[in-house]
Design a protein around this ligand. Sequence first.
Ligand code: KG4
Ligand code: ZN
Length: 357
Amino acid sequence: MTEKTFPPARILGIETSCDETAAAVVEDGRRVLSNVVASQAEMHAKYGGVFPEVASRQHIRTIYSVIEEALSQAHLSLDDVDAIAVTRGPGLPGSLVVGVNAAKGLALGSGKPLIGIHHLEGHLYSPWILEKDQDDNPSPEPEFPLLALLVSGGHSELILMTDHLTYERLGGTLDDAAGEAFDKVARLLGLGYPGGPKIQKAAEDGDPTAFKFPRAWLEGTWDFSFSGLKTAVLHQVRQLRAELGEDENDQSVELPVADLAASFQMAVVDVLVTKSRFAAQEFSAKELLVAGGVSANTLLREMIVRDTPGAVHIPPLYLCTDNAAMIAAAGYFRYVHGQRSDLNFDAMPTWPISELV
Ligand code: KG4
Ligand code: ZN
């Protein structure tokens, strides 16, 4: 077990890659001492998505108080942490630099080591983090080789993790990411932003078999594609408007939103679960790991646990979407493997996961 073989350490994590300003302190890669997330979601809702300029200005306003709050909730000062981990990329350039510069300032002032983290590696380590009440009876750590399904607003990836910090990218989305598809379809159905939770809520009262939406299996590959599904929902909406109203643009038509949302959600989850299960078999993965914002989806959580024979690790709900605890957890595993970043490193807004070593 990794906990026994790696030395103890407390890591301060900082995350500002998109629209959450977040800081957290995590002990030994698993125990959350504090986790502060200042979400800007409401601010961006009126634009129907993240407005980069607004995001970076808001990060600048809140970053230091969020970091102070994280240390204070952990009852620690900067002197008590062993290292600072910060999201280096990928993400919005103007947002990333705020976290990176704050982290560099703290590292320079305190002499603590600094570790730049790939945002997706943060998501991949989120299932290592314990539920809030698990201190006395910690759940077992994920065991390698692991098949990871990483589904967020920007990525849908199947990754084989053969050891700590060792990744083989098997495939990923060719067009829209799963979360992006949720967001776009939510907009199409007039449900607002962020789309994932809104679709999930609307789908509760819907019939997942009401509409036969396509599944892009892309057989022979471990890739995904969701743009055809998004277009199929658009065509269905137009057809319903034409049938029930005056023409395909008739906004006065009351759409069967619950059935549309439920059928769309089922189409996405069906493909994600089926391909993950087959990939796990093919690569003899012992266990499965699901992470990223879409891993908050209840249907996905239920179906993947139901259909997978081995253990499935999914982060606690509050750690599925962006947070700094996952950055601190990933930072811990880099720290105990002796990795440190140079203080003059730059943010990397585009950083393919295949370049992660
Ligand atoms: O990981 P994340 O917070 O940010 C990125 O790194 O992209 O993921 C955000 C994505 C959004 O697209 C959001 O709609 C989706 O995760 N999401 C969900 C749910 N909660 C968040 N998708 C489906 N069902 C949910 N319950
Ligand atoms: Zn994310």
